[in-house]
Design a protein around this ligand. Structure first.
Ligand code: ZN
Length: 293
């Protein structure tokens, strides 16, 4: 059945994100293993690693996932920023591996005025470098679909396909499909015919076998706006139908689906709980029965 979860705060220690997820009856979780707006972080102590791994094991959460820092840009044409990004991303992969996480989601990068081909080549080189530096790791890096805001890469499925087809170790990579970003990038997700066409397009370019997880967000901005603004499930431009189609799609039954929506609203102080209830309420037939069972 569908695995639902949310991005949780790691304030006070990464294990707290697991406890937050557990207290909201999540099946899965995403967290930052360090401050997402800073380049560096002190190393984990062995006690922190042990506490996290013990908490994860006891939690029953599946596919625990990290998201990388917003500062990292592996497509940067600026050599200093590229090197800094490569070092920081290597540390992100190492931290995720230390904690025993399944996935590390990353944004492919931004062109900053460079040609698309050159940006893609830099991302490929960086991923090859990171893989070479981190041999035999269990954590898998997931390229996230983006809204195409500014000069960001990864909003066309072909760009993700180009990266995946050129890296030396494609088996070590997958894709995270963000519903808000894909929609803002111009791919419709409803009605059913349009949903199926978008998934067929993804399959033709990237391959559905590469689709490991979803970021499940509604969008404040319309189709093709290329602006990244997350909304609560069913309260944005996507509405409920794309989510109904997605959570009941048998092809994605065992894929983690992570909310990245605001935590609080004026009328309710736990919007994760509200959004999770909306998503579970969309499950039909056998899946709904399993949910109750
Ligand atoms: Zn996302």
């Amino acid at each position: 059945m569908a695995l639902f979860g949310a991005h949780m705060s790691a304030a006070g220690g990464c294990h707290n994100a697991l406890r937050e997820a557990q207290s909201r009856h999540c099946d899965t979780v995403q967290l930052f293993t360090k401050n997402a707006n800073q380049w560096s972080a002190r190393d984990f102590t062995s006690d922190e690693v042990r506490l996290f791994r013990d908490t994860l094991r006891d939690s029953g959460l599946r596919f625990a996932t990290a998201h990388d820092s917003y500062l990292i840009n592996l497509a940067s044409p600026d050599p200093a920023l590229y090197r800094r990004s490569l070092e920081a991303f290597t540390v992100e992969v190492q931290r995720a591996e230390q904690l025993g996480l399944s996935y590390l989601v990353m944004h492919p990068g931004a062109l900053m005025g460079a040609a698309e081909e050159d940006g893609i080549a830099r991302v490929v080189r960086a991923l090859d470098d990171v893989h070479a530096r981190c041999p035999g790791y269990g954590v898998q890096v997931l390229l996230e679909t983006t809204a195409g805001q500014g000069t960001t890469l990864g909003w066309r499925f072909e760009q993700l396909a180009a990266i995946l087809s050129r890296v030396a170790a494609p088996d070590r990579l997958g894709v995270c499909f963000d519903t808000c970003h894909v929609f803002a990038a111009g791919y419709a997700l409803a009605p059913r015919k349009e949903y199926l066409a978008t998934m067929a397009e993804f399959d033709r370019t990237v391959g559905l076998d590469k689709l490991r997880m979803f970021h499940i967000n509604d969008s404040i901005k319309p189709l093709g706006s290329r602006v990244d603004r997350h909304a609560h499930i069913g309260r944005g431009q996507l509405g409920l139908e794309p989510f109904r189609l997605l959570v009941n799609d048998p092809r994605f039954e065992d894929r983690p689906m992570i909310l990245e929506t605001p935590k609080e609203e004026d009328d309710h102080d736990d919007m994760d709980a509200v959004n999770l209830e909306v998503l579970r309420g969309l499950l039909t037939g056998r899946r709904a029965a399993k949910k109750r069972g």
